[in-house]
Design a protein around this ligand. Structure first.
Ligand code: 5GP
Length: 168
């Protein structure tokens, strides 16, 4: 495995993102993290957030297993609170084809938040199949399968404090 983004690189960038998000949401923000991959990003982001924030979780799964998204998304766990009229930021680990996020944004937009924005730690623009708005992007990366910092391969490597490339 080859380290792509070190722990220090990630921590610096996450602090910047937290400041940016807080600046754009002076009344506070409700962070909606997408399980399981975003749990590490969420915890660092929330702790670096200067203003008020609350958190909730959704779990979704693509039907296909393996390293590529099938685009068919199933909600496994829904939010525990209402988002109507609130300032929401979806917190996601990575945007690849964009299909998962497009689906999530549709679901949440239908619940009438005041603002709906999205933060992704990683983006692979070369893989995009749909044009999905992502206001906060940590790092843009090449088309490589990555693990660590919440991201898994067959449920392994989520606990690595850095991002690494496997399969090279
Ligand atoms: P999308 O719907 O944008 O194609 O895929 C988003 C989901 O695919 C992510 O939330 C993540 O679970 C998974 N995914 C996409 N690329 C990678 C990757 O490089 N590594 C890992 N571990 N998961 C990925």
């Amino acid at each position: 495995m080859q380290v792509l983004l070190s722990e220090a690189d990630i921590q610096t960038r996450v602090r910047d993102l937290a400041n940016e998000i807080a600046r754009d949401h002076p009344d506070g923000v409700h962070l909606v993290a997408v399980l399981k991959g975003a749990f590490v990003f969420l915890s660092d982001l929330a702790r670096a957030m200067p203003g008020h924030c609350s958190v909730d979780f959704m779990a979704v799964s693509s039907y296909g297993k393996g390293t590529s998204s099938s685009g068919q998304v199933q909600v496994l766990k829904d939010l525990s609170s209402d988002v109507e009229g609130r300032d929401i930021v979806i917190v996601e680990d990575i945007v690849d084809t964009g299909l998962t996020l497009t689906y999530l944004q549709q679901i949440l937009r239908a619940r009438s938040p005041r603002h709906l924005r999205t933060a992704c730690l990683l983006s692979k623009p070369s893989r995009r199949k749909v044009d999905v708005p992502v206001e906060y992007i940590g790092f843009t990366i090449e088309d490589k399968f990555v693990v660590g910092y919440g991201l898994d391969y067959a449920e392994k490597y989520r606990n690595l404090p850095y991002i690494a490339v496997i399969g090279d």
